[in-house]
Design a protein around this ligand. Structure first.
Ligand SMILES: Nc1ncnc2c1ncn2[C@@H]1O[C@H](COP(=O)(O)OP(=O)(O)O)[C@@H](O)[C@H]1O
Ligand SMILES: [Mg+2]
Length: 298
C-alpha cells in the first residue's frame, strides 16, 4: 500500500505569514518523523489553492487572513480534498468576532458585554474600562484598553486604522482578572493553560517578543467549568479538529470567552502543542490526530 500524500500548507498573504512558515516547518518535520506519510511542503504566496497538488489531506499550517477565515477551506471543499481543522462556515464565524459573539450569545455561552462603534463616535458606548478591537484581526493588532475618557479617541482610531479606516469596531467590557486558553481536540478539552502577561495584558509584544510572559498549568477547582465552556463554544461555532478558545476569568472566577482560534500556532512556543504535551500527546502524535480528523464539506 502506498503511503498517504499530505500537503502542508503554510505562508499565505496575511500579516501572520512568518509565524505560519515556522508552524509549517515544525509540522513537516513532525510528519516526516512519523515515517508513514509522503509529506509535501507547499508555501502559498497568493489566495489560491491552484498550485496545491492533488493529495489525500491538506494540513493547514496557515494563520489569519484567507487561510483562517474560510477561504482556503471553501476552495479545498470544491476540490474535495480533506483538510485539518474546522470547515469554511465555522472558520468564517470564528474569524469575525462580531459573528462569534452573536453565535455564543444565542447558545448561552458566557462572553463579555459588547457593542459596535463607528468612526466619529465621541465617547465609549459602554461604561469604562472597555477594550476596543477590530472585529476581524488577530495577534492583538489594533486592540487597546480604555480606562479614562481621553483614551477613547486614540483607541477608536487605532482599531479603525487596523481595518483600513472603514467599518465598525467592537467595544467590549474589560474583564479584570486572569487570562486562560483551552485547546479543544475532536470535541474534548486539553489541559487549561494560564497566560500570565506583564501588566495583565496579552498584547502583540507580550505574545511574540516578551520573555516575561509565563504559561503555567493552573490548579483551580473551577477549571473543569472553563473546559466545559470551551467545548460549548467549539460546538456552538460548529468547529471540528483542533480549535483554541481564549478566556478572561473575572475576580469571582467567572469565565468569559473572548474568541476562538481555528488555526492556532503550531510552533515550538505555541500553546496547543504545549497543552497536548501536558495531556501525554507528543507533537507528532498531535499532528497525526489532526490528519485522522481531516474532512471536507460538500
Ligand atoms: N474584554 C477583555 N477584557 C480583558 N482583556 C481583553 C479583553 N479583550 C481582549 N483582551 C486582551 O487582549 C488580548 C487580545 O484579544 P483577543 O480578543 O483575544 O484578540 P486576538 O484575536 O488579537 O487574540 C487578549 O488576549 C487579552 O489580553
Ligand atoms: Mg486571542
Amino acid at each position: 500500500m502506498s503511503s498517504k500524500k499530505i500537503c502542508v500548507l503554510m505562508g499565505g498573504t496575511s500579516n501572520e505569514r512568518d509565524v505560519s512558515l515556522v508552524s509549517g516547518k515544525n509540522v513537516v518535520d513532525a510528519l516526516v518523523s512519523l515515517n508513514k506519510y509522503e509529506v509535501i511542503p507547499v508555501v502559498l504566496d497568493r489566495d489560491s489553492v491552484e498550485d496545491v497538488p492533488d493529495c489525500d489531506v491538506c494540513f493547514l499550517a496557515l494563520h489569519g487572513g484567507w487561510g483562517e477565515s474560510g477561504g482556503v477551506q471553501a476552495a479545498l471543499d470544491k476540490r474535495k480534498i480533506p483538510y485539518t481543522g474546522p470547515g469554511a462556515k465555522a472558520s468564517q464565524i470564528a474569524m469575525d468576532k462580531v459573528k462569534t459573539k452573536m453565535v455564543l450569545e444565542m447558545k448561552g455561552v458566557p462572553t463579555a458585554k459588547w457593542t459596535l462603534a463607528s468612526p466619529g463616535t465621541e465617547a465609549s458606548p459602554l461604561p469604562l474600562p472597555v477594550v476596543v478591537k477590530p472585529p476581524c484581526d488577530g495577534s492583538s493588532v489594533g486592540i487597546s484598553k480604555v480606562q479614562a475618557a481621553d483614551e477613547w479617541k486614540p483607541a477608536l482610531d487605532a482599531a479603525l486604522a487596523a481595518q483600513g479606516g472603514k467599518g465598525e469596531v467592537m467595544v467590549e467590557a474589560f474583564i479584570e482578572g486572569r487570562e486562560m486558553t483551552v485547546a479543544v481536540i475532536d470535541g474534548a478539552p486539553l489541559p487549561v493553560i494560564e497566560i500570565c502577561a506583564k501588566g495583565g495584558w496579552y498584547g502583540y509584544d507580550e505574545k511574540y517578543n516578551s520573555d516575561e510572559t509565563r504559561y503555567p498549568f493552573p490548579d483551580d477547582p473551577f477549571l473543569p467549568l472553563v473546559q466545559q465552556i470551551a467545548v460549548d463554544a467549539y460546538r456552538a461555532c460548529g468547529c471540528r479538529g483542533v480549535t483554541r478558545v481564549d478566556f478572561r476569568i473575572d475576580a469571582k472566577n467567572r469565565p468569559f470567552v473572548l474568541e476562538l482560534n481555528t488555526l492556532p500556532g503550531m510552533t515550538g512556543h505555541s500553546l496547543v502543542p504545549k497543552a497536548a504535551q501536558q495531556a501525554g500527546l507528543s507533537f507528532p502524535e498531535l499532528c497525526d490526530r489532526m490528519i485522522a480528523a481531516a474532512k471536507c464539506d460538500g
